[in-house]
Design a binder for this molecule. Sequence first.
Ligand code: B12
Length: 307
Amino acid sequence: MGHGKFTVNEVEDRTGVPAATLRQWERRYGYPCPERSSSGYRLYSEDDLRGIAVMKDHIDDGVPASRAAELAQRPTPARGEARPTDALRNDLIHAMLDLDEVGADQVLGEAYALHPIETVLVDVIAPTMTDLGRRWHDGEIPTTTEHVASNYVHGKLRGLLALTGAHHANPKVVIACAPHDHHELGALMLAVLLRRNGYRVIYVGPDTPTDDLATLVREHAPTALMVSASTGDSIRALEAGRDALASLATPVYYGGAAFDADPAAADRLGGTYLSGNVVDAVARFDHLVAAGTASVDAPAPRQDGAS
Ligand code: B12
């Protein structure tokens, strides 16, 4: 809004964007769309000036001009005002529907700047994937869109995991997905959050045979084994290999969408169901470790930070 008072040449002087480019943007992207004087000259407002500067910055950063034009037209949040997570999630979903990784990076950048990582994982990224999964299931989006989004999120979570580094002296936790289960994003979130809480994480990853997992756990004697399962088939695969994990001295915790739908399956497997979302699950696990009940053996004392 605001009254137009700058001619195209004045805008060029102030923003460094050539007059010809401004007219081209207007023609192609409908932005900026200045008022016209009675004789037909373009008159840009203060808001236009701000928006043009924003659009130029985005383009300089490699954002496609059409997307930059959209971003330039958004109302700027007041300083220090955190946009709520549902708005960020909506933006992330739309960036993914557009296969726009640059746009997604911007949303996540804003999210990390304004909210704790825990909140970003559980309230922005996880529900984005669930929403895309629903759209895929309903035939609204092709498999390729879901794949682009999964791979994008996978890369981001791997990056976070690498950034959180490995700890050496703290209690060790092994994390793996059920046999044949390629749904890895929840397990990665769990790994990131446990590391942030000071645990040493051995991240095994997707599709892990139970016999091999049991061997690894016997050799490394972690404080806990955590297993993620996303489908009913995965629970059946775990049940088929029940003895390998049920006979371990190490306590086994089960989680993931399949256990959220059928928590009793964890009991049938001789393990413990850890509550639904990863943040609550890690908090509960912390509590068990502090109380000395997470492991049959007394856990190593907790130390804060890396050693
Ligand atoms: C991404 C995705 C994939 C990707 C996974 C990529 C990857 N690298 O992880 C790929 C393409 C591989 C895939 C494949 C398939 N998928 Co899929 N997929 C999904 C999708 C869209 C999102 C899953 C996801 O990442 N969610 C985000 C994570 C963060 O959330 P979450 O898993 O719920 O985990 C949360 C908690 O449970 C917790 N958590 C997770 N693990 C653990 C573990 C512990 C110990 C704890 C404490 C907590 C915890 O943390 C998370 C955050 O709080 C879902 C849709 C949906 N509704 O979820 C379908 C979905 C899970 N897939 C489904 C299906 C059917 C398949 C396929 C069979 C499709 C096919 N026909 O090929 C294959 C099976 C492949 C296999 N053998 O595993 C179905 C499962 C139905 C069912 N209940 O059996 C779903 C629900 C889609 C649907 N509506 O039909 N999929």
